[in-house]
Design a protein around this ligand. Structure first.
Ligand SMILES: [Mn+2]
Length: 312
């Protein structure tokens, strides 16, 4: 089921008919929010795609406006065909069917060379995106920003939840590696998962190491070439910047570190897609700071992918 949002991301045209999905850049919402049995949290991340879109004027006051982060206007940096494809909604029924259908649609976008931006939902929404990366046609390196490792094989019997996306990524033959940045929270990993991820070849960058050694040291550890896919759990960013999360952990990435990381990724290779997940609008302060930080990350990615934000 594909549902149009009340407002397109950055006011891009909303096109919910997959037959008409021909885009250089596309935004998709995946408002999946699968609470684990017994989870006491109000899992309202499903509202985040429309919430972030609704704040578009807050993170870009028009495509003609000079953007100092881009060294130009966003309008000048964007390609001709930018679409908002609406929300790909799971009806709560047959999850494997939803996964197949959604991944298939995303793979179709990647086969035509579309850069896919996505808004969750909880971190489980990265799973259909990671499956869809098959459509890129060559192995992809995952850059994962998160307070948590997210390598649980299952949690409460659920294998496609927000504790497991990077474990699921490790099982896909088109994922060639992953760099996990900002790690500092407990949960979604015990010794078993920690060791399984290292055995697989994941590169861990704890928040402590990041802050002790600096973002340039982190960037030096990324592969020399793309393609890259970036998955950002909002709790990976410092909660002073993205407070609307259910599992805030002090000491996350700063805005300058995150923007520098995005520019560096785009300089090394093609950023084929990016998701931002785990925004809980119910926790948002009145000034919409979390949505604004999400929007600014996407804008950095859009600009840097096309040579804006020069001097990376
Ligand atoms: Mn996560």
């Amino acid at each position: 089921m594909i549902v149009p949002p009340p407002r397109g991301f950055l006011d891009w045209p909303v096109v919910t008919d997959p037959a008409a999905w021909h885009a250089d850049v596309a935004m998709v919402g995946i408002p999946l929010s699968e609470p684990y049995a017994g989870n006491p949290h109000p899992n309202d991340q499903a509202r985040a795609p429309d919430w972030v879109r609704s704040q578009s004027s807050q993170f870009c006051d028009g495509p003609d406006q000079w953007d100092f982060d881009l060294g130009g206007s966003l309008g000048e940096a964007l390609p001709a065909r930018c679409l908002d494809l609406g929300n790909l909604v799971w009806d709560g029924g047959d999850y494997p069917a939803f996964l197949r259908e959604t991944a298939g649609r995303l793979a179709g976008l990647w086969r035509q060379g579309t850069q896919v931006l996505a808004l969750g939902g909880d971190h489980g929404v990265s799973i259909p995106l990671l499956h869809g990366l098959e459509g890129v046609g060559e192995p992809v390196h995952i850059v994962h920003v998160d307070a948590h490792l997210d390598w649980r094989d299952e949690a409460g019997g659920v294998r496609h939840g927000y504790s497991s996306p990077l474990r699921r990524a490790s099982e896909l033959p088109w994922i060639r590696g992953m760099t996990q940045i900002g790690l500092r929270g407990t949960g979604s990993a015990r010794r078993e998962e920690y060791e399984a991820s290292l055995d697989w070849g994941a590169r861990h960058v704890s928040a402590r190491a990041l802050h002790d050694r600096g973002i340039e040291w982190v960037i030096d550890q990324l592969p020399e070439t793309g393609p890259f896919y970036l998955t950002v759990d909002a709790d990976g960013i410092d909660p002073m910047l993205m407070p609307a999360v259910l599992a805030p952990v002090p000491g996350g990435l700063t805005a300058p570190q995150m923007f520098r990381l995005i520019r560096a990724i785009c300089k090394r290779g093609r950023l084929v897609g990016m998701d931002i997940v785990e925004i809980a609008p119910g926790m948002e302060p009145a000034n919409a700071l979390t949505a604004i930080m999400a929007g600014r990350m996407f804008i950095h990615a859009l600009g840097a992918s096309r040579g804006a934000a020069a001097g990376a």
